[in-house]
Design a binder for this molecule. Structure first.
Ligand SMILES: [Zn+2]
Length: 139
């Protein structure tokens, strides 16, 4: 079994960090009325051994739907990411929500969450079952 990169390995990759920063900016964290979640998926392309990042449709104030990643031949979903743009200074919990934890465990890939206090991880440390199985989520 070939292991997928772990959440912390992904967080070292410049293209992953860049995608998280862009999602953070697009979340408009500084705009009280417009702030909303953004996110997407990280794929492993088995033919090039490179990652590919895809953004999901914009989310709501404190919710985003990442449950149906587009499926591509030879591209496995190895992680998902999203933002929590609501500030800790206003009492928001910046870490994974209860529903994040439930979905992330079920979907079987790590979830990288960007908030105003940095990066949080949720779900398994790396794609469950390695780089095998379904091209979408491993389950
Ligand atoms: Zn969340």
């Amino acid at each position: 079994m070939i292991d997928a990169p772990s959440a912390s390995e992904l967080a070292q990759m410049p293209e992953v960090m860049q995608a998280l920063e862009q999602a953070w900016i697009d979340s408009e964290p500084g705009n009280r009325s417009k702030r909303h979640e953004e996110g997407g998926w990280i794929y492993w392309d088995q033919s090039t051994n490179a990652i590919m990042i895809l953004r999901a449709a914009r989310g709501m104030k404190s919710r985003i739907d990442l449950e149906t990643p587009p499926v591509f031949k030879h591209k496995m979903v190895i992680a998902k990411f999203h933002t929590h743009p609501n500030p800790s200074s206003e009492g928001w919990d910046t870490g994974p929500s209860q529903s994040d934890m439930i979905y992330d465990e079920e979907d079987g890939v790590p979830d990288l969450i960007r908030a105003d206090d940095g990066l949080h991880f949720s779900g398994p440390d790396r794609r469950r079952g390695g780089l095998n199985g379904n091209p979408g989520y491993p389950n």
